[in-house]
Design a protein. Structure first.
Length: 338
């Protein structure tokens, strides 16, 4: 069945222009009106459900609710959202929660009060009660990066478990024996799945899983520093670390440098999420690269489709990661992987 976005592509106009034609707005160029109507006829497009949905949405604003605007990961995601939203005729309101459910709830209140057309959110809490409120209020919503349990909602993720498994296997194949994992809170799906991938790689290579080598913490740089400090204090310290976040890896590296621990000779290090500075620091940091921009763009496309077709079943998009092998994991002077 054709959608408003199919019509927009065929007519070479924005979806917002199609919606104005569908709803009979007078301020549309007659030439564009003719193109849109021809496209609708050629595609067999039926606008009734879309028109009803657009009447419910009184604005062309989307709320994008993220845990930390200062995290380059989310900056890139938001850029992807913005570029796709503008093409669809929508503008963004950016909201920063600091992973605080109360702040998130306040922004959801505002989105409901202002009758925003849709919401893209990386939930602050594991149960995502405010996502449920949006769904109950029939507000189009897409969850990004984190997957709340027991909710049927459009979601865009990366393959966190496989990415972590590849990262850990890379360290094993580089010759490291005692590999630790620093990850985020176990209640956050992103963190728990990366820990699962770490364990899977150890099992696959016949290595035991030592819980003393696993640290669940926050995602901030200082959290990575403190977790690395604790691991160095172990009677038998690790000789490699998989840090399941960009700032966790940076904090761990800072701790190792503060204590004059040579990387990768004494301890190898792999992070998760490739950022411009990863290749510039010394040693250059091996990372699991995420398609952050595409993550945001995919979320925007899903939200636009949800607005156009509110009754369609929810879908989950899972994007692939890849390993960028650099000096921080090259124990014997050889960079493996890719």
């Amino acid at each position: 069945m054709a959608t408003i976005y199919d019509v927009a592509r065929r007519a070479e106009v924005s979806p917002a222009t199609v919606s104005r034609v569908v709803n009979g707005h007078a301020n549309v160029d007659p030439v564009l009106v003719g193109r849109v109507r021809r496209a609708m006829q050629e595609l067999g497009y039926r606008p009734n459900a879309v028109a009803r949905n657009l009447r419910r949405s009184r604005t062309t604003l989307w709320a994008v609710i993220i845990p930390d605007i200062g995290d380059p990961f989310y900056t890139s995601v938001v850029r992807g959202v913005e570029d796709a939203a503008r093409l669809a005729g929508f503008s963004l309101v950016l909201c920063n929660t600091d992973d605080d459910e109360d702040k998130e709830g306040g922004y959801v209140d505002a989105a409901l009060a202002e009758q925003m057309a849709g919401v893209i959110v990386a939930p602050a809490g594991p149960r995502a009660p405010h996502v449920r409120r949006l769904l109950d209020s029939r507000v189009p919503v897409v969850v990004v990066d984190r997957q709340p349990p027991d909710l049927r909602v459009d979601t865009v993720l990366v393959d966190n478990e496989l990415g972590a498994q590849v990262a850990t296997a890379h360290l094993i194949e580089a010759g490291y024996q005692r590999i630790a994992c620093i990850t985020g809170p176990p209640t956050v799906s992103t963190a728990s799945r990366r820990a699962d991938g770490y364990r899977a790689a150890l099992h696959e290579h016949g290595r035991p899983v030592d819980d003393a080598l696993i640290r669940h913490t926050g995602f901030q740089e200082q959290a990575g520093h403190d977790a690395m400090r604790d691991l160095l204090a172990l009677g038998e310290r690790p000789d490699a670390v998989f840090a399941a976040g960009n700032r966790l890896a940076l904090g761990a590296l800072r701790c190792l440098q503060d204590r004059a621990v040579a990387v990768p000779e004494e301890i190898g290090l792999v992070g998760f999420d490739d950022l411009p500075w990863a290749a510039l620091i010394r040693p250059a940091l091996t990372t699991v690269a995420q398609p952050t921009y595409e993550l945001g763009r995919s979320a925007a496309r899903l939200l636009a489709e949800r607005i156009a077709e509110p009754s369609r079943p929810p879908s989950t998009v899972t994007l692939a990661t890849h390993l960028e092998a650099r000096a921080s994991s090259a124990r014997f002077g050889r960079v493996n992987g890719g």
